[in-house]
Design a protein around this ligand. Structure first.
Ligand SMILES: [Zn+2]
Length: 277
């Protein structure tokens, strides 16, 4: 499932085709878009952005289209002259003078007045959005230490959208490894130096994944792993999908754990448990 960085890159791509453009034509064969003829057609696209795993397209009508792809939704961007054959169900097509941007298969789509965006049930529950430029590492540190957060395990915090929005499974393993935090440790188990490093890594690993197509390790490290013949799912990460292999930092074996059925890879040497120590 795409994580925050992948959704933000999709928003950038859609934004390039739509922002500043008037929607000249379109199709919206989805019940919750019944008002699109008056709220989207003929209006300019003001911005396209993401929050956590939701896409937000804002129009000059004062309305926003919120959509969440969950596991099956998909966006495509084509020249408007291209006929994109797909067996998926079309949910919305936005046609400008040049491009056609389409949303397929998603079912969580709603049009709402832009000032009421934050009241949307999904957005209202989100924690700080790690990719939001206004959110700093200091903000994330304060959040890690806050009530309701500081007694939860790292493995829980790094996946829960209500704690930190935009993270997901590969980021969880990568952030905890980069920070040297054991997945069972809670912020309240850790000293200030470790907490600070953890907050910095939440930001830096996620931003790097956004800027470098999901690569969470140093680009030279990725290159070296690639040259050794590793597949993409492995060379782009430090520990995730590298279980039963030597840790790139210390050479010890990377281990796999499961939390709620979802895999988490970590290095017991780089990430020693501090709880109770
Ligand atoms: Zn290690």
């Amino acid at each position: 499932m795409p994580e925050g960085p992948e959704i933000r890159r999709a928003a950038d791509k859609i934004g390039k085709a739509l922002v500043g453009k008037v929607i000249e034509d379109g199709e919206w064969p989805f019940p919750s878009l019944a008002q699109a003829d008056s709220l989207i057609l003929g209006h300019e696209v003001l911005s396209v952005t993401s929050r956590a795993k939701a896409m937000l397209i804002r129009f000059s009508s004062g309305y926003t289209m919120y959509s969440h792809n969950q596991l099956y939704g998909r966006w495509t961007v084509h020249l408007k002259t291209t006929d994109p054959r797909s067996r998926r169900s079309l949910r919305a097509a936005f046609i400008t003078d040049k491009h056609a941007v389409r949303l397929w298969s998603a079912t969580d789509i709603v049009l709402l007045p832009t000032p009421e965006e934050n009241g949307h049930p999904f957005l209202a529950r989100l924690g700080p959005d790690v990719l939001d430029e206004a959110i700093t590492s200091d903000d994330l540190l304060t959040h890690l230490k806050s009530k309701g957060i500081h007694r939860k395990k790292g493995a829980t915090l790094m996946l829960d959208q209500r704690s930190f929005a935009g993270l997901g499974n590969y980021l969880r393993s990568e952030i905890l490894h980069a920070a040297g935090v054991h997945p069972d440790d809670r912020p309240c188990d850790l000293d200030d130096e470790t907490l600070e490093r953890w907050a910095n890594c939440i930001k830096s690993v996620t931003v790097q994944a956004y800027e470098h197509s999901g690569v969470t390790v140093d680009l030279d490290v990725a290159k070296a792993s690639k040259e050794r013949g590793e597949p993409r799912r492995m060379w782009r990460h430090a520990v995730f999908c590298r279980n039963d292999r030597p840790c790139l930092t210390c050479g010890d074996l990377v281990l796999r754990l499961r939390y709620g059925g979802r895999r988490l890879d970590y290095c017991p040497t780089c990430q020693p448990a501090r709880r109770g120590s």
